[in-house]
Design a protein around this ligand. Structure first.
Ligand SMILES: [Zn+2]
Length: 233
């Protein structure tokens, strides 16, 4: 479940990411009544097995079985909850079309929510790793080794979100950041899911990586939305 919105007296519109059909929106009837059979199963973060019937305008949820109630585990921990919320929003926005299969995004999201709720890894690093991988699946893979512009092998010193990652001396653009070498190594490990390297990193490099991931995400999300507006026109 990604998001729910109220509809009428007792219904909700549920936005979800599914294994086989990508992003789907459906109506869950009567779920805001206390007597509802599956109201609590249709909350954000919950991983459910759903049955959906085709409706006239929107599809209708007819059955829901909880597979993993991640929301219950995340709701009691502010840091995990906020990291999870960013994951859901990112997944919803990076899957551009309803009902277009998005299996990789689905698997990434479920895996990240499972890791987050297990509590064995730092939430902000689980989030950064998810964001970099999710952006990659959406076609915005950052380059942390070779130059993002000309492909020259690294390591390089300049990072630019608009250019797609690290830039060599020749391609360096104004406004590029100059992260520490260790931060660039950490970013590569977050993207690859190399947790041994991630967990050996120092706090200052984690913090710098956080900022660069946020900048990279912001630039590509905004660009994604802009291009979507063009398509709809
Ligand atoms: Zn270059």
């Amino acid at each position: 479940m990604l998001r729910t919105q109220k509809l009428g007296e007792a219904d909700r519109i549920i936005t979800m990411l599914t294994r086989g059909n990508g992003r789907v929106r459906a109506v869950a009837k009567g779920v805001r009544r206390t007597t509802s059979k599956f109201g609590s199963r249709l909350e954000p973060f919950t991983y459910v097995d759903l049955q959906i019937a085709e409706g006239r305008s929107l599809d209708i949820v007819t059955q829901a079985e909880t597979l993993a109630p991640y929301g219950a585990k995340l709701g009691s921990d502010y840091e995990k909850y906020t990291a999870g919320t960013v994951m859901l929003e990112t997944a919803e926005r990076l899957v551009v079309e309803d009902k277009e299969p998005a299996l990789q995004q689905f698997l990434l999201l479920v895996g990240a929510l499972r890791t987050l709720s297990a509590g064995e890894r730092n939430p902000s690093q689980v989030l950064d790793s998810f964001l970099l991988r999710s952006l990659s699946v959406a076609g915005y893979a950052p380059s942390f080794e070779a130059c993002a512009q000309c492909g020259l092998e690294g390591p390089h010193r300049a990072f630019n979100p608009a250019a797609g990652g690290m830039l060599c001396g020749g391609c360096r653009m104004p406004g590029s950041a100059s992260p520490a070498v260790e931060t660039v190594t950490l970013l590569g490990a977050l993207l690859a899911g190399d947790w041994a390297v991630v967990e050996a990193s120092e706090p200052r490099h984690r913090k710098e990586a956080n900022g660069l991931v946020a900048a990279y995400l912001a630039w590509h999300m905004e660009r994604g939305l802009k291009s979507m507006a063009h398509v709809e026109r």
